[in-house]
Design a protein. Structure first.
Lengths: 186, 181
């Protein structure tokens, strides 16, 4: 119990995430990928005569159950396996954040940036609303996200997935190093 | 766009029209998506609970290894920590080994179905969309999966990000035909 509460090492999480691929395949011929859920939600709620959303989304409800599990797992982790230690972050990151007034380092997202209060500031709005939009638009345009391309696609040795994964990383490097400092300064 | 040649032919007893509809539906359903249900079987809804169980372990690992942490994502893109590279690298090695074994040993699903893989074709969207997603990933510190996990940890404001991501997907669907692929 005590051991599980401390942050898990990278290899433990890597094994569990890697095993999700065969688990879903063997349990029912399902290919691992989470961003597809966003599309199924569109198909289910607001297909609006768009051909891209005209398909039998009920065949993919298994994926809603899967993300429901992720939500439950996160709740269990938070309620019963709360990390007793303060959050560790790299000193350079802490210094850069502190320079922009982000000093409350706890939880998994900084409350100074991601909170209801922050949502109504320009900085928070850009990070949460624009950031979310780019995730939804970009993942579907790319045909998958970190799970579909970087885990499932690379596991199946798909070249398009390698190209997509490299593009994800390039986009992330550009944002984190070249653009984010300006957004945080807003 | 993608022609699915290896798609299983229907059993002879099925009416031909239904099979054509099923193929057409699969074509649309698998457009621009890595992740798809390949199974032809129909089950009661509660059969899906086993996917919830898999998701539960997955979500637990997400939170406990801090993969859904905004800080870890920043450190990854600032090359300040090996953590995320270790997670993704290990996951790919385990995943690739599993897929290799499933193909090599022709392992079937628990319902006896052949496990199918459809190779994906390259299109420009993987680069353009990939870059766009990368920007959003570094802003929010989350990909689609971690969004659900962040909400589960009590950061309820992330529901706004999730709704915005759904809106982004919808807008993509709306403009899909006009975008370069």
């Amino acid at each position: 119990m005590e051991l599980l509460s401390h942050p898990w090492p990278w290899w433990a999480a890597g094994i569990i995430i890697g095993l999700t691929v065969p688990a879903l395949l063997i349990l029912g011929n399902k290919h691992f990928g989470i961003s597809a859920n966003l599309r199924h939600l569109c198909a289910a709620c607001l297909p609006a005569n768009i051909k891209f959303f005209q398909y039998d989304w009920k065949k993919e409800v298994w994926n809603f159950f899967f993300v429901g599990g992720i939500l439950l797992g996160a709740i269990i982790a938070t309620v019963w396996f709360q990390n007793p230690d303060p959050v560790q972050i790299h000193p350079d990151l802490a210094a850069d954040l502190a320079a922009q007034g982000v000093t409350q380092i706890d939880g998994l997202v900084p409350a100074d940036l991601f909170s209801w209060e922050s949502l109504f500031s320009l900085r928070g709005f850009i990070l949460m609303v624009i950031g979310g939009f780019l995730i939804g638009f970009g993942t579907r345009y790319a045909g998958g996200c970190t799970s579909g391309h970087a885990i499932m696609g690379l596991s199946d040795l798909q070249v398009p997935s390698l190209i997509a994964t490299i593009s994800f990383m390039v986009g992330g490097f550009i944002m984190a190093n070249l653009i984010l400092p300006y957004i945080l300064a807003l | 766009m993608s022609t699915i040649k290896e798609f299983q032919l229907p059993a002879p007893s099925q009416p031909a029209q239904e099979a054509v509809d099923q193929n057409a539906d699969f074509e649309v359903r698998s457009l621009d998506t890595m992740c798809v249900n390949e199974s032809q079987l129909k089950h009661p809804w509660w059969y899906n609970l086993k996917y919830t169980a898999v998701g539960l372990f997955f979500g637990l690992a997400f939170v406990k290894a801090e993969i859904v942490s905004w800080y870890r994502i920043q450190e990854m893109f600032r090359l300040e920590s090996f953590h995320m590279y270790g997670v993704i690298g290990t996951a790919v090695v385990i995943g690739a080994l599993s897929v290799f074994l499933i193909k090599r040993l022709k392992i079937k699903s628990i319902y006896g179905e052949e496990i199918l893989f459809h190779p994906k074709k390259f299109n420009k969207g993987q680069i353009i969309g990939g870059l766009i997603f990368g920007l959003g990933w570094a802003m929010t510190g989350a990909c689609p999966g971690p969004l659900f996990a962040q909400i589960g940890t009590g950061a309820l404001v992330i529901t706004v990000t999730l709704v915005s991501a759904i809106a982004g997907t919808w807008v993509y669907g709306y403009f899909r035909e006009k975008l370069p692929h």
